[in-house]
Design a protein around this ligand. Structure first.
Ligand SMILES: NC(=O)c1ccc[n+]([C@@H]2O[C@H](COP(=O)([O-])OP(=O)(O)OC[C@H]3O[C@@H](n4cnc5c(N)ncnc54)[C@H](OP(=O)(O)O)[C@@H]3O)[C@@H](O)[C@H]2O)c1
Length: 177
């Protein structure tokens, strides 16, 4: 039987800010490409507000959208009303694809990270050297629960703040969903 893992993909500032509900807070060269590579072929579990901020389904991936509104629908979105349902829909989509992929991506935003982080086995983190004043935040988490591997660091440039890529793996017995 396939064992599935929930992997969080997030870019956050030093103060854990992830977004302001409207525009992108930063433009990091290469980061969108990295997100594409990390998520291609996977189901993405996202909140309805994140869906609205993207505005469309991302090709090659399933958009599993969490909302409390049972009547909500959008072209290209799979509507779910609980995290459990989101995980079941993700597994069903992967089975339909006939793929060996076993990662389900926790794609944000703040409310959905808070809901799903306790079930995550890994966090693919982009840390941005900025502290914007905005509402949507990643939940507080205990860094000692995670082993952090620093993957790559980029200096600030004229167009972007400094940023770095990290892979955090949960300590202890792996969690599958
Ligand atoms: N930097 C990053 O990596 C990153 C990644 C993703 C998103 N973001 C940013 O994050 C911001 C959005 O985050 P957010 O926290 O405001 O919103 P969000 O988490 O994207 O979505 C919140 C919505 O999800 C639904 N929801 C929440 N909890 C639920 C539950 N237990 N059961 C069913 N549905 C539930 C509700 O939808 P209804 O209101 O329809 O009921 C709620 O309004 C945007 O600015 C976006 O750009 C940043």
């Amino acid at each position: 039987m396939t064992s599935y893992k929930l992997v969080c993909v997030v870019a956050m500032a030093e103060n854990n800010v992830i977004g302001d509900g409207r525009d992108l807070l930063w433009h990091l060269p290469g980061d969108l490409k990295r997100v594409k590579t990390l998520t291609m072929g996977c189901p993405l579990i996202m909140g309805r507000k994140t869906w609205d901020s993207i505005g469309r389904a991302l090709p090659g991936r399933a958009s599993i959208v969490l909302t409390r509104d049972k009547n909500w629908s959008a072209d290209g979105a799979i509507t779910v009303t609980s995290l459990e349902e989101a995980i079941s829909a993700s597994k069903a989509w992967l089975t339909e694809q006939g793929t060996q992929e076993n990662r389900i991506i926790l794609f944000g935003g703040g409310q959905i990270y808070k809901l799903g982080l306790p079930l995550c086995q890994e966090i693919e983190l982009t840390r941005v050297a900025a502290s914007p004043d905005a509402e949507a935040k990643f939940p507080e988490f205990d860094a000692t629960d995670w082993v952090s591997e620093n993957l790559e660091t980029f200096e600030a440039s004229d167009v972007a703040p400094a940023f770095s890529y990290h892979r955090l793996t949960r300590r202890g017995a792996p969690i599958s969903v």
